[in-house]
Ligand binder design. Structure first.
Ligand SMILES: Cc1ncc(COP(=O)(O)O)c(C=O)c1O
Length: 359
């Protein structure tokens, strides 16, 4: 006998990503840091005494460390620790946002194609999804359409900036404008890849004046902690508090807390990695242009490539060479493309040589 769940859950499929068997390969499929974290993170984790395993984690110091780290970006108004929410990865923050704010019949306004986890989170709440397509041929942001849709004050607006997977960027000034235009809408900006564009809304926002804006960050992509699971929200204290109400009291484990402290304390390591990725992107784009390969590179540590041969075939051939990329099969507007994460120039050289053989 099947024990039936809520109707919204019954009509969902589990959100599965191709996570298995990736060790030892060149992983250009999840936009992770391809070099791993700062050596300081490794040292901090090794130094955790076994006694710590038996004790529930402490979080206040980490909120302060996030505030101290973000002070470096030149804020219009200093942040307070109660404006930082800590989560088991940005995904857990996204889940909490929908759990706290998304009710049956409410609208999620977002763009398409975008990061895949927003949709199931909206669906599990019974929300209606309005996804505005990016504009072809360059995947430009559908700003006019969005402005019109905002007139209906959707419950949640979710903008991935830069967007995964199209790399589309939206000026942070416009995001603030959108938030001001609809004070009853929770405007969530997923800034997981902002380090690669510098387009953050954070330096501009005063959460007292704009309490309906919420920013998402993670240490998965730039700091190399994807496996440890640690993400943040930054927002007005009342919003952060409501997310805490739907989050377990010890959801982030001690290893992630220790690693996050060490990663935040070594910003030069992250900055160095980001600079290397940007150099690698420039190199790869030049090579793709020279080789006449159709591609689209905008923001983020990834780009899209359209192979001449069927994308699945090229994907398989690359896999045989030990290189993983992500097929965008079935995604609106970009079906038939491959999303390739950017790593170091050396890694991109290896990728390009294999790709030109495979296609
Ligand atoms: C846009 C975006 N948001 C959120 C996430 C999830 O991040 P985390 O690993 O911190 O849960 C990802 C991961 O791919 C992403 O691309």
């Amino acid at each position: 006998m099947i024990l039936v769940a809520r109707p919204e859950v019954e009509s969902l499929k589990a959100y599965k990503a191709p996570l298995e068997g990736r060790r030892g390969l060149l992983r250009l499929d999840f936009n992770e840091n391809t070099m791993g974290p700062s050596p300081r993170v490794m040292a901090a984790i090794r130094a955790i005494p076994a006694e710590q395993y038996a004790i529930y984690p402490e979080y206040d110091g980490l909120r302060q460390a996030v505030v101290a780290n973000l002070a470096g970006v030149g804020l219009s108004r200093p942040l307070q620790p109660d404006q930082i929410g800590l989560f088991n990865g940005a995904d857990a923050a996204i889940h909490a946002i929908f759990h706290a704010y998304g009710d049956r019949g409410d609208t999620l306004l977002t763009t398409s194609p975008t990061f895949g986890y927003y949709t199931p989170c909206a669906q599990m709440q019974g929300m209606v999804i309005e996804a505005l397509p990016y504009r072809l041929p360059d995947f430009a942001f559908p700003l006019e359409e969005l402005r019109v849709a905002m007139q209906d004050s959707p419950r949640i607006l979710l903008i991935c900036n830069p967007n995964n997977p199209t790399g589309t960027r939206l000026a942070p000034e416009l995001i603030l404008e959108l938030a001001a235009s609809a004070p009853d809408t929770l405007v969530v900006v997923d800034e997981l890849y902002e380090a690669f564009t510098g387009d953050s809304a954070l330096p501009l926002v005063d959460f007292t004046a704009t309490p309906n804006l919420l920013i998402l960050r993670s240490l998965a992509k730039t700091a190399g902690l994807a496996g440890l699971r640690i993400g943040f929200v930054i927002g007005a204290e009342p919003v952060v508090d409501r997310l805490a109400r739907v989050t377990g009291p010890y959801d982030i484990n001690s290893f992630a807390v220790t690693a996050a402290h060490a990663a935040l304390a070594d910003q030069p390591y992250v900055d160095g990695y980001v600079a290397e990725v940007l150099r690698a992107r420039e190199w790869l784009v030049q090579q793709l242009q020279a080789a006449g390969v159709r591609h689209h590179a905008a923001g983020g540590n990834y780009l899209l490539i359209w192979p001449e041969r069927p994308a699945e075939e090229v994907d398989q051939k690359l896999r045989q060479e030990g290189i993983l990329v992500r097929s965008m099969a079935g995604k609106p507007l970009i079906d038939g493309s491959l999303r390739v994460s950017l790593g170091t120039t050396e890694q991109m050289q290896r990728f390009l040589a294999a790709y030109l053989q495979a296609d």
